[in-house]
Design a binder for this molecule. Structure first.
Ligand code: APR
Length: 278
């Protein structure tokens, strides 16, 4: 951490100092920003962790490069690899983690301004984070449509094809039908651009489980007022965290990190009970 910059609000930049600040009632509008790292303990691989990350385990798909599986131009030519992967990634088989429950708890306490996620697994929804508090910056499997004429299709239509490993095509124009997850080369949903200034209104930013390598999402943690404390809970230090006066870094597993913060806030029993019901 940049020791030359003295903390303004959080002496020692510790989790305990952050918990005191939260308990003081001065924190009312938290922006949470998450990536695949918060779903790994649910059994969904992240993308870039060495060995366990998805991009290190796609050899069987014979891709020119790993990220091609989520590239819109590659998909137009060769949709098979994505649909084979979709079969494994399709939501519904995974249970939310305690980290997802922590985000729900923040909302139950009236402290959540918005949850920006890059994840497409909808585990935050399943943990009880309300729809109006979620921005799925990279879309989700919630809807699917034709990539040429935008004709929408019901989930059953695509589920059937994914189960049978056949390629869903549009009945109108024969174009490829794809879940509305954002591929490389595609625009992010309007909801991202409508909400991307919200971090400036927040009084605490919590970033968890992301390498902050993919733009424009990776710019979000920097879109804050200088006096806004920021907490990073991640296995590795990312995104220049430590450069701002009140950056708190919890380097390690996010499920452990949220337990540590919840304990310091006096919320651990409540959090464990909430997760146990999920
Ligand atoms: N606890 C804390 N951090 C974790 C954990 C965990 N249990 N597991 C993984 N991490 C960290 C990794 O160390 C890494 O820094 O989470 C981060 C995951 O980074 P990525 O795999 O790059 O995932 P993400 O940041 O969500 O990727 C962004 O890339 O491929 C695109 O569109 C895709 O949304 C995705 C985007």
């Amino acid at each position: 951490v940049d020791e030359s910059v003295a903390p303004r609000t959080l002496p020692g930049r510790t989790v305990e100092a952050l918990a005191e600040h939260i308990k003081s009632g001065q924190v009312k509008k938290i922006c949470v920003m998450t990536g695949a790292g918060i779903s790994t303990s649910a059994g969904i691989p992240d993308f870039r962790s060495p060995d366990t990350g998805l991009y290190a385990n796609l050899a069987r798909l014979n891709l020119p490069y790993a990220e091609a599986v989520f590239d819109i131009n590659f998909f137009r030519r060769s949709p098979e690899p994505f649909y084979e992967l979709a079969h494994e990634l399709y939501p519904g088989k995974f249970r939310p983690t305690i980290t997802h429950s922590f985000i729900r708890l923040l909302n139950d306490k009236g402290l959540l301004l918005k949850h920006f996620t890059q994840n497409i697994d909808c585990l935050d929804r399943e943990a009880g984070v309300p729809d109006d508090k979620i921005v799925e910056a990279h879309g989700s499997f919630a809807r699917q449509s034709c990539i040429d004429c935008s004709m929408p299709y019901p989930e059953e239509y695509i589920k059937l094809h994914i189960e049978e490993k056949t390629i869903p095509r549009c009945e109108l124009c024969k174009g490829l039908v794809k879940p509305e997850i954002v591929f490389f080369g595609e625009q992010l949903p309007a909801s991202f651009f409508q909400n991307r200034m919200l971090p400036y209104e927040s009084d605490l930013v919590i970033v968890m489980g992301t390498s902050l390598t993919v733009q424009p999402f990776a710019s979000l943690p920097g879109m804050v007022r200088e006096e806004t404390p920021r907490l990073l809970i991640n296995k590795e230090r990312v995104g220049g965290f430590g450069s701002q006066a009140d950056d708190v870094l919890l380097i390690g597993d996010c499920d452990e990190g949220v337990r540590k913060l919840a304990k310091a806030c006096g919320w651990l029993k409540e959090l464990e009970a909430l997760w146990a019901k999920t």
